[in-house]
Design a protein around this ligand. Structure first.
Ligand SMILES: [Zn+2]
Length: 254
């Protein structure tokens, strides 16, 4: 904070009034790698792919154009889901049903009616399975972590819901609701008129070519904090490279 204060007192005063856990990695208790944050930034990156490093006016135009398209496609999808009387979005439906089918194979032991807690044992499948998970319906949590992560009762959670005669479907988070999806994407954008009809700006844009000069060769290093998604990609890349290496060795031998 002292460093910021040295650079800009106004910025310091502005930041100082905001709870530090909202904007610093060191005070947020480890949530900086949270999947929700990652998904939002990945989503924005996905929409704007290819638009980076364009002039400002082109960047604004392409941002608007792609956002309008993004909303338009999802608005149609939302209407279709409503017409089909679908309860949740495709993602949630698929995940809920897949876990529902898996739950059939689990064995449940009830512990406390007050907490609606239980343990669930999974079936052995080759080298996998035979795991025990702890579920507390009242807290909507399972020790496997999936319920917390996705907001949808995992196969273990669904098994325990069944054992206590609770509707697992009622435990799915509201944001998967088709109505919520439809409300999000049914908003419309106003078409933008040609530049000739715009108001005259009360400022002047100054072009400074020095700012745009890229001096370093090679790929820029990312400052984004890597998380489990990146680790998975790196591992997949390494495995693919390893397989390629094995294949070329086999070819040479034969
Ligand atoms: Zn679970």
């Amino acid at each position: 904070m002292e460093e910021i204060k040295k650079h800009d007192v106004k910025a310091f005063a502005y930041l100082d009034q905001i709870n530090k856990e909202k904007w610093t990695a060191s005070h947020d208790g480890g949530w900086r790698c949270g999947i929700l944050t990652t998904n939002i930034s990945e989503c924005i990156n996905g929409v704007l792919k290819g638009a980076r490093r364009l002039p400002v006016s082109a960047l604004v135009e392409i941002t608007l154009e792609r956002t309008v398209h993004y909303f338009h496609v999802r608005a149609i999808k939302g209407k279709k889901m409503l017409q089909n009387n679908q309860l949740w979005t495709d993602f949630a439906c698929k995940m809920f049903i897949s876990w529902q089918q898996k739950a059939v194979e689990h064995t449940v032991t009830k512990y406390s009616h007050a907490q609606q807690s239980a343990s669930v044992q999974t079936r052995r499948q080759g080298r996998h399975g035979m795991n025990t998970h702890v579920i507390k319906i009242a807290n909507r949590e399972c020790s496997c972590g999936k319920w917390n992560q996705f907001g949808i009762p995992c196969s273990h959670g669904q098994k325990v819901c069944g054992a206590y005669n609770i509707s697992a479907a009622s435990m799915v988070k509201d944001y998967y609701d088709v109505m919520a999806y439809n409300n999000t994407y049914s908003k419309h954008f106003e078409p933008v008129q040609s530049e000739d009809y715009w108001d005259e700006p009360n400022f002047q844009l100054v072009h400074d070519p020095i700012i745009r000069t890229v001096t370093r060769p090679g790929r820029n290093q990312t400052t984004r904090i890597h998380n489990e998604m990146d680790w998975r990609q790196t591992r997949a890349r390494q495995e693919a490279q390893q397989q390629q290496g094995d294949f070329s060795i086999q070819e040479n031998v034969s």
